[in-house]
Write a protein that binds this ligand. Structure first.
Ligand code: SF4
Ligand code: SF4
Length: 457
């Protein structure tokens, strides 16, 4: 080793570069694609909105592929998180903050100032007419970008984890559900003059699906189909959720089906290390997510009470709850903060701290599920990779060091802790062991302020 040229004594010297020249060129093309969109957004006259859209999306998609190829192509399979702690974007540097502000700004325009997006919406006129049979609006633009991000970043994710069957299959699954169930089927239903309906979202995440006014609207306007849709939503909420979670844990939904999870697992992958692992964050998480669940249960109950026994006070209360929930939780928490703050809070901020669906799935997972991460504690070398890359902020290492199975309400079963473990310590299983016994184990796992104390009572 040339000591003068490379004074570091690190075994990994020379350090891998943050980005090579091909990635810089890809990023430049990506920037040009974004600039075209921004130009149209700001009201610039593009020669032909649809052709400009194709050019912009072509540049963005092609450059994303080129970037991933430069990162993973021609190299042996195996997870490479090179420089993730040093890149400005993935480590809360200047680019991370710029990205956070831009994505949050996009959400703010989307929810409250869609008129400012006129030029951008116009670019989507032709695909919207073809897919939905109606004029484009901000939600179609949003759905298109969202789906494209899941597909592009999902392909990049698969390339990165190509040696790991579990990661490949579940990523194909979230890409499939996002494209078909959350984008094409709702669009097709509109094309057929049917209600826009999302089969992969149900109460309480899509809370209005069990609200009395939505049920009356669906069943009265769309009769048989409307009854089926209401029935589907109720079956998924009250039967499929407990049954599937009993067998597979919450991962069947959070890491295989849900659109929020789809974006977090694909576009959010570089930000998974940013999740707060502190005890304080764990406490906030438990209070916050269960408060949101209580909030939506109350809102739903009030809506039903109001529909049975109409009165001025009950009506005002129900409307107030409904509006506050929509504004605070539906828009600000799940949208602006949940996605906009990926580069600041990590990719699962909404899933961890706010999603009421995750709260219900978590309760089932912790107390009535076969799912757990089993630990071969004797092999653990305490490297901490598992905790570092856990997007839900779970200190997996603390469990591994004690040889204790991980049974946590928040675990979404992404399997990354197991994938990054150099010793094969962790294994995701749907065992048939005594569920009650494991629930007792989960309750007995406590970490004190002063460090780790497990099974202390
Ligand atoms: S504990 Fe492992 S499987 Fe669970 S959320 Fe964290 S990284 Fe994913
Ligand atoms: S990644 Fe594996 S070896 Fe490292 S601390 Fe976690 S369980 Fe132990």
């Amino acid at each position: 080793m040339n000591q003068q040229a490379s004074p570091s004594l690190s075994l990994s010297n020379p350090h891998p570069k943050g980005v090579n020249w091909q990635q810089k060129a890809a990023l430049a093309l990506f920037g040009i694609g974004l600039l075209i969109l921004l130009f149209a957004w700001l009201g610039g006259q593009v020669w032909n909105p649809f052709q400009a859209l194709l050019l912009a999306l072509g540049l963005i998609s092609g450059s994303a592929w080129w970037y991933a190829r430069a990162e993973y192509g021609g190299k042996p399979a195996g997870i490479k998180n090179n420089a993730v702690m040093f890149r400005s974007l993935s480590n809360r540097g200047l680019w991370g903050w710029i990205a956070g502000v831009m994505i949050s700004g996009f959400y703010i325009c989307l929810y409250w100032y869609p008129e400012t997006m006129k030029g951008l919406i116009e670019m989507f006129e032709a695909p919207s007419r073809a897919l939905r049979g109606q004029a484009a609006d901000q939600w179609f633009v949003y759905g298109s970008f969202y789906t494209l991000a899941v597909l592009l970043m999902g392909a990049k994710f698969i390339w990165k984890y190509r040696h790991n069957r579990y990661q490949v299959i579940r990523t194909v699954s979230v890409m499939f559900f996002q494209l078909i169930f959350s984008f094409l089927i709702p669009a097709f239903m509109q094309l057929m003059h049917q209600p826009e309906f999302y089969f992969t979202y149900f109460w309480p995440l899509k809370s209005e699906y069990l609200f009395p006014d939505k049920i009356s609207y669906l069943t009265q306007k769309y009769t048989h189909l409307g009854v089926f849709l209401v029935f589907w939503g109720a079956v998924m909420s009250f039967i499929a959720v407990p049954v599937l979670t009993y067998f597979f844990g919450k991962r069947w939904y959070c890491s295989w089906v849900c659109g929020c999870g789809a974006l977090a697992e694909t576009a959010g992958d570089p930000f998974r290390t940013l999740s707060d692992k502190s005890l304080r964050a764990w406490r906030i998480e438990r209070w916050l997510i269960h408060s949101v669940l209580v909030f939506i249960v109350l809102t739903t109950l009030l809506a039903w009470l109001n529909s049975w026994q109409q009165g001025a006070i009950l009506g005002d209360l129900s409307q107030g709850f409904s509006k506050t929930y929509g504004f605070l939780i539906g828009s600000i928490f799940s949208g602006v903060i949940g996605t906009g703050f990926y580069p600041i809070l990590g990719s699962r901020g909404w899933c961890r701290f706010g999603c009421p669906q995750a709260a219900i799935l978590g309760i089932f997972q912790k107390y009535f599920s076969r799912f757990r991460i089993t630990v071969n504690g004797g092999q653990c070398i305490s490297c901490g990779n598992c905790s570092t890359y856990c997007e839900m902020g779970i200190d997996v290492k603390a469990y591994a060091q004690r040889g204790q199975d991980v049974v946590r309400a928040s675990c979404v079963g992404c399997g990354i802790c197991s994938a990054v473990c150099p010793r094969g310590v962790l294994r995701l299983e749907n065992g048939a062991d005594d569920v009650r016994e494991r629930a007792q184990d989960a309750r007995a796992f406590h970490i004190g302020e002063d460090g780790v104390k497990l099974n202390d009572h």
